[in-house]
Ligand binder design. Structure first.
Ligand SMILES: Nc1ncnc2c1ncn2[C@@H]1O[C@H](COP(=O)(O)OP(=O)(O)OP(=O)(O)O)[C@@H](O)[C@H]1O
Length: 721
């Protein structure tokens, strides 16, 4: 066995030497060709191919490949060793490949092959290709030096390695402040998602740490490679919960050689489209209200404002209002440019309804108004008497102005605000167009009076809440349409359990062919006042033959001890989930639930932080609090206790710095830390409710290697022995 390993190592060293030499030579040849900057199109194309090769060679050189698969295609005399890397690399003197891009069809075998002597197959552009796998080998190369060789399958022994040594090695590493790529250790169930067809809306339910975010980013890189003629990076978009999270994931795509993909939050994107017409209320206010401790917290049921305004019924209600407005927008009176001349209302309506039918509403209004003016001017030319014509002209100008006033030009916000002006949406004496429309509707949807009042009160200050944004964008779409710059080839929604069906339906209108990757975890649905309860709320929006539902149950982030502990928290919830996370076989320290009286807390935390910093150079540690005010308090006290650099993460945070951080649990969602200390894990702070269980679950599953919980008084029933 030892000799076999030694031989394999020797063989791979030689192969690596040859590969790097060839790559060096190839790069030198390409560098020797002067860069073309002229206007000849075919020369430009050749230059861009050369530049792409230079880029790939330069980026691939330090770690040219990470895997080898010996595959004998049916009908071929012998197996061919295929080397798989982050970038495809051609030989200098032929189009043959030295290294195969991980996204190429044949490379899928490296990920999907899980052992056995039976033929394996992959989908190529020419159809299914079958053959036999002889060897699957992982290789770690760092800075051009071969460091490890691990065979996970050898046909002669017909055995798949029991544990994926390579995966465990990667998972055991400490993490810094950025998420990393996983190309060398993508698992079969993740690969199936990454390579799923472009024109499907994929919804992925994955337990905490199952690689959802990572997989979604790899999927983007795959789509760009596989459908390079149809999708462009600039027309792909990732929606994430906050800017700090975007900063945290920002390294993965460049590592995969992919740039220029739009990355935003739904609020930022919406406010940008609304051209600064409205602003949002401070999100911290809402978070503090929803995440308050004890009876002060509002009920997060279907009547919560976010659930109501995020529902498809609300979307329908807005849409009905717009339909009604469309039916009634044209004034009912004829247009009289001057006494004795008339443009019948029926004709104006015909211009609006038929001739400009496919234009958005405000454009139609503009066009029809211009046409009325043209008509009147032509009529004016027929008047020969000069002084009469002058008089008519004057009249025309003022009557056009009056007519325009009767046909209000709304902005998305002014239209939306008017919907809330009439109590109970009942018609007033002189109803405005939207209020009249609201009254006319047969839709059974009624907005609760209190919500109407709050919305109106804020609107008077030109403020809205996050849950109003989808409605405003829907109105905007009907008023001015969607510009091609705002249509996406593919849309990723991360932490989608916190998105509302209305938001997804709206994004669907901006996304070509329903091409989506929607990922989340219902067990982490801590924003229950706005998010979904069941994935069907989103899935049902897409045609049955153009959607896919995947589940990821293996958790890669945390040790077995942490996952088992976090699972127990969910099991003690009044609403336990149907499936729990399955950890990979990686063992670490036991989770500690320790009583720490309040007066000793700061000293104890300071000691933990110092100990951690002494043993972990670039490690990350998080102190997770139940509320934001508590994190402000602890941050200050730790600072006074001389704890050095401790970052506080609040609602408006833009960057994640790594190191030691203090933050409320709800802000930690999506992030991960080498070690986590949850403070206030007491009965008072975490009750045995479904929501608190989710909150605590999120906190526990942020830890990679070590988890501690401190409580004062009685431990929460969710974690007590
Ligand atoms: N196949 C893999 N190989 C190596 N590491 C992996 C693999 N899959 C996931 N990981 C690691 O597991 C961790 C969790 O990944 P990620 O954040 O993408 O999961 P998630 O499902 O989005 O988590 P959460 O829902 O808890 O935010 C990351 O450190 C990631 O690098």
């Amino acid at each position: 066995m030892e000799t076999a390993l030694h031989q394999a190592y020797q063989e791979e060293m030689e192969r690596l030497d040859r590969t790097i030499r060839e790559m060096d030579e190839h790069l030198s040849l390409l560098e020797a060709v002067p860069r073309y900057t002229g206007h000849d199109v075919s020369e430009q194309v050749l230059e861009s191919i050369r530049e792409n090769k230079r880029h790939n060679l330069a980026h691939a050189m330090p770690e040219p490949y990470f895997g080898r698969l010996d595959f004998q295609e049916s009908g071929k005399p012998e197996p061919t060793p295929l080397y798989i890397g982050k970038f495809g690399v051609e030989k200098a003197d032929s189009p043959d490949l030295l290294v195969i891009d991980w996204r190429a069809p044949v490379a899928s075998l490296f990920y999907s092959f899980t052992g056995g002597l039976d033929p394996a197959a992959y989908d190529s552009p020419d159809g299914k290709i079958e053959g036999l796998v002889y060897l699957k080998r992982n290789l770690a190369i760092r800075k051009r030096i071969l460091q490890r060789v691990v065979d996970t399958f050898d046909r002669e022994e017909n055995a798949m390695a029991v544990t994926d040594e390579f995966l465990l090695y990667r998972l055991g590493e400490n993490k810094d402040n950025k998420l990393r790529d996983i190309v060398s250790t993508i698992q079969a169930e993740q690969d199936a998602i990454i390579r799923a067809g472009k024109n499907d809306a994929l919804v992925i339910q994955g337990v905490a740490g199952s690689g959802k975010t990572t997989v979604a980013l790899h999927r983007l890189a795959y789509l760009l490679y596989q459908y390079r003629e149809q999708v462009k990076a600039e027309r792909m978009i990732i929606f994430a919960p906050n800017r700090m999270f975007l900063d945290y994931i920002s390294g993965v795509l460049p590592e995969l050689g992919v740039g220029h993909i739009q990355q935003t939050t739904f609020s930022d994107w919406a406010l940008d489209l609304l051209d600064g017409e409205v602003s949002l209320t401070d999100p911290a206010e809402k978070l503090n209200e929803w995440f308050a401790v004890g009876p002060d917290r509002p009920q997060a049921d279907d009547h919560a404002p976010g659930r109501l305004k995020g529902s498809l019924r609300y979307m329908q209600w807005i849409s009905d209002r717009l339909d009604s407005y469309e039916r009634q927008a044209v004034p009912k009176e004829d247009f009289l440019p001057w006494d004795g001349k008339k443009l019948p209302a029926a004709i104006i309506k015909q211009w609006f309804d038929v001739e400009n039918k496919h234009e958005p509403l405000m454009k139609r209004r503009e066009r029809v108004m211009a046409r009325i003016k043209r008509w009147a001017e032509m009529e004016l030319e027929k008047v020969w008497e000069v002084h009469l014509r002058k008089e008519h002209k004057k009249k025309l100008t003022s009557r056009l102005r009056d007519y325009g006033k009767r046909w209000t030009a709304y902005t998305p916000f002014t239209f939306y605000r008017e919907l809330f002006e009439t109590p109970g949406a009942a018609p007033s004496e002189e109803p405005s167009a939207p209020a009249q429309a609201a009254a006319d509707s047969e839709s059974p949807f009624r907005l609760p009076e209190a919500l109407r009042e709050t919305t109106l009160r804020l609107a008077k200050k030109k403020k809205v809440q996050q849950e109003d944004l989808a409605a405003l964008l829907l109105i905007r779409e009907r008023f001015v349409g969607i510009h091609s710059d705002h249509r996406f080839d593919h849309t990723v929604i991360d932490e989608a359990q916190d998105f509302s069906p209305f938001q997804v339906a709206l994004l669907n209108r901006h996304t070509k062919n329903g091409s989506f990757t929607i990922l989340g975890d219902l067990s982490q649905g801590i924003h229950a006042y706005q998010g979904v309860r069941r994935w069907e709320e989103m899935l049902d929006m897409f045609p049955a033959d153009a959607r896919g539902f995947f589940t990821l149950n293996r958790s890669y982030r945390s040790t077995m001890e942490i996952i088992h502990f976090a699972n127990r928290v969910l099991e003690r919830s009044p609403e336990p989930p149907p499936t729990l996370a399955v950890p990979v076989f990686r063992s670490g320290r036991e989770v500690a639930v320790t009583p720490v009286p309040e007066k000793e807390l700061i000293d104890r935390l300071a000691e933990e932080i110092r100990e951690f910093q002494a043993g972990n150079d670039n490690g990350t540690l998080a102190v997770l609090t139940r509320t934001e005010s508590r994190s402000i308090e602890l941050h200050k006290l730790l600072h006074q206790a001389g704890c050095g650099q401790v970052h506080r993460i609040g609602a408006g945070q833009q960057h994640y710095e790594g190191g030691v951080s203090v933050l409320p649990v709800y802000m930690s969602k999506g992030l991960e830390f080498d070690a986590v200390i949850i403070v206030d894990a007491s009965r008072k702070h975490y009750e045995q409710t479904a929501w608190d269980a989710k909150l605590l679950y999120v906190g526990c599953t942020r830890a990679l290697h070590e988890l501690k919980l401190f409580y004062d008084g009685e431990a929460s029933l969710l974690v007590a022995d």
